[in-house]
Design a protein around this ligand. Structure first.
Ligand SMILES: [Zn+2]
Length: 242
């Protein structure tokens, strides 16, 4: 059997970040932890808690032994509701943190679906409304999210190279070493304060390209409600298609 280390490759991000079968593995040392534990975070990274006296080597072996659990978690996220369901009149969804109902109407013979204050013209009343509604939300997100990101960047004196809003299936956002901020369009479904947290999180990666204590200190300073926002994102991840 090959040793754990032979199939794990170090990444350049930080010394404690590795790649295991396509997953980013982050090792976190916790002097008070009694054993190794594993969880999948919002960014789909495997976070391994390393107890006092634990080693990289044992942590990585622990990941390798947990392969069954990891596969199960992956499948659960892929099969989560929101990936394949049909939307019709009466379907409720989140928009800017408010629950809105899809309703059908028509104006001068043209059918539309309404969703909160938004009105989206559609080809046919009997169609699955998911596609036109999601496409509309994506368009809204492409205007609103970059505008807000630029505002927050200015407020915190951070420069960004480019902002892209995309349809990512497993991440809320990311920040590249060159300063490109990518945001998931579904953030438009979250309340403003949660969206702002996520944007601030990515912006603070311009100061620290990791999740170190220093990084979280920047986040907490700029966004005191960050824990609450993280909890909101966790609670709604499945509904929002993660
Ligand atoms: Zn991050």
């Amino acid at each position: 059997m090959p040793s754990a280390l032979s199939i794990l490759h170090r990444t350049s991000r930080t010394p404690d970040t590795w790649v295991f079968e396509g997953h980013v593995v982050v090792l976190k040392r916790h002097p008070r932890a009694r054993r190794y534990t594993l969880r999948l975070n919002r960014d789909n990274e495997l976070v391994v808690t390393v107890p006092r006296g634990g080693s990289h080597h044992h942590a990585l072996e622990f990941v390798q032994r947990s392969r069954g659990w990891i596969d199960g978690q992956r499948l659960r996220r892929q099969g989560a509701p929101g990936h394949a369901t049909e939307w019709c009149a009466g379907t409720d969804l989140l928009l800017r943190g408010h629950r809105v109902l899809l309703a059908l109407g028509h104006e001068q013979g043209r059918p539309y679906v309404s969703c909160g204050d938004e009105r989206i013209f559609i080809a046919d009343r009997s169609m699955n409304l998911r596609r036109p509604v999601e496409a509309h939300l994506l368009r809204l997100a492409r205007t609103e999210l970059p505008r807000r990101t630029r505002e927050l960047a200015r407020e915190h004196g951070i420069t960004v190279a480019r902002i892209s809003v995309r349809n990512q299936s497993s991440r809320w956002g990311s920040c590249s070493a060159t300063g490109v901020i990518s945001l998931n369009w579904r953030l438009i479904q979250a309340p403003d304060w949660v969206r702002d947290y996520l944007v601030i999180h990515e912006l603070m990666h311009r100061r620290e390209m990791n999740h170190s204590i220093r990084f979280w200190r920047h986040v907490a300073h700029a966004c005191p409600r960050w824990r609450e926002a993280e909890a909101w994102l966790d609670r709604h991840a499945v509904e929002l298609g993660f």
